[in-house]
Design a protein around this ligand. Structure first.
Ligand code: IMP
Length: 432
């Protein structure tokens, strides 16, 4: 049975949650591998509309084991709220397991994130303000607190005492804000530990028994390839590796076990936060208003922060690069229906930099900011596609458009989504 990584091939928000929800029934395990509650999926299914930040989208199927992997960072309060909200609506969470190795987002991380962003002024990254970067920084600096620490009173107190001494120096002397109380924080996080205890385990045996038994495993990526800490548009990136290699690392599964990498991208591009975006449409551009879908379930508004997403044409230079750095073999294109009313659609097929044409995104944002997209134009189909379920029933123009995206990116087409509902999918190839 396959192990499949499903990752975002753009700047996040590609609709991965919708695709995981659609594919999950074929998996026995779904693993969220990296990132934290900076991510947000909206899942629409027979139980209603759910906004998930940390819990894998396989949670709606009671037969699926859902794992929040070692590479994630967890805000326990947010996670508990998510668990409670699911339980209140009758969704079982007894097969949700949290890696004891995952790092915990502490109150000082959130403060640090927000204060640092403010201090950056015009050079701000546009983070989600959820403490993600500082938590990963402490993890790398070996100052982190892990989920398993919340279950052990003495360990938690010891680690917290050591870390807070340092953090409070920084908070009071550098940032001029109030120190964080050891006593209150200890009690609060101990309580989170008690409430999460039934879920926090060593996930390694679960995963490796599943591999031995040949069970299907879906590695659910968060964010997107262009937000990758190593390969994205640095410094306008997140602090984790959201790609296929990061998925393996975050889950604790060797790359040789991976059978396929599915890249999810929208039929156009969006981005939240700062950073260059070569194909971005102007705020007043009428096409941007069409693509933004305000008032609809697919509206281009961030699930986590409520920020309006920036909108642009599909960027095949980024798409091809994302496919190459992640070994994407299958493309799932989401939100094709959003393009339904447009008479003309553009796709960026290359960048012009001064007098030359370049095929790869430049390494530095200062150079990326100077590129001019070279567009290929397509006729729109101007017909609703939301009720179509077979690729051959799509209007010819839509088929041509989708086929060209796959050709440019260099991956086969797996599926196309034409609406937010689970069944609004056009399956093209067996992908899981
Ligand atoms: P951070 O991950 O909160 O540190 O934010 C860093 C950058 O990544 C910002 O530009 C965020 O807007 C962006 N980002 C983080 N998570 C997501 C996501 O799930 N979707 C889209 N953008 C994200």
């Amino acid at each position: 049975m396959p192990v499949v990584a499903l990752i975002g091939a753009q700047w996040g928000d590609e609709g991965k949650g919708h695709i995981v929800d659609w594919l999950a029934s074929r998996a026995r395990l779904v693993v969220r591998c990296t990132g934290g509650n900076n991510a947000g999926h909206t899942v629409v299914n027979q139980y209603g509309t759910f906004k998930l930040h940390l819990i894998p989208s396989g949670i709606f199927d009671p037969n699926i084991v859902n794992i929040i992997g070692s590479g994630t960072v967890i805000d326990p309060e947010v996670l508990l709220q998510e668990i409670d909200a699911l339980r209140e609506r009758g969704i079982q969470t007894n097969k949700l397991f949290i890696s004891g190795r995952a790092h915990i987002i502490m109150p000082y991380h959130v403060l640090q994130d927000q204060i640092q962003e403010q201090a950056r002024g015009d050079a701000k990254i546009g983070t989600t303000g959820r403490g993600i970067g500082p938590t990963y920084a402490d993890k790398m600096n070996r100052n982190g607190i892990r989920a398993d620490d919340l279950l052990h009173e003495e360990t938690l107190l010891g680690r917290l005492r050591a870390v807070l001494e340092d953090k409070n120096q920084m908070l009071t002397k550098v940032y001029g804000v109030k120190p964080i109380s050891l006593h209150d924080t200890y009690l609060r996080y101990l309580d989170y530990g008690h409430r999460l205890a039934e879920h926090v385990v060593d996930v390694h045996p679960i995963l490796h028994r599943a591999l031995e038994k040949d069970l299907a495993i879906l590695l659910e990526g968060a964010q997107g390839a262009m937000l990758d800490i190593d390969h994205g548009t640095y410094p306008y990136v997140t602090s984790s590796p959201p790609g296929a290699a990061g998925a393996c690392q975050g889950a604790g599964i060797g790359p040789s076990k991976l059978n396929s990498v599915i890249g999810v991208c929208k039929a156009y591009t969006t981005r939240v936060g700062q950073g260059c975006f070569p194909t971005e449409l102007g705020k007043d551009d009428p096409e941007a208003a069409v693509l933004r879908q305000i008032g609809k379930p697919w509206a281009e508004v961030g699930t986590t922060t409520g920020r309006l997403r920036r909108i642009g044409w599909f960027d095949a230079v980024m798409g091809r690069y994302a496919a190459e750095i992640n070994g994407i073999d299958t493309l799932v294109i989401t939100k094709l229906d959003v393009l339904d009313s447009l008479p003309r659609i553009k796709v960026c097929v290359g960048y012009r930099l001064h007098d030359s044409v370049i095929e790869y995104p430049p390494m530095t944002v200062a150079v990326l900011e100077q590129v001019e997209p070279i567009y290929e134009e397509f006729s729109g189909w101007q017909t609703p596609t939301s009720d179509i379920r077979r690729f051959q029933d799509l209007p010819d123009e839509a088929q041509v458009y989708v086929a060209r995206l796959c050709q440019l990116v260099g991956a086969r087409l797996g599926a196309v989504s034409v609406g937010p509902e689970r069944e609004q999918m056009i399956k093209v190839a067996e992908i899981f």
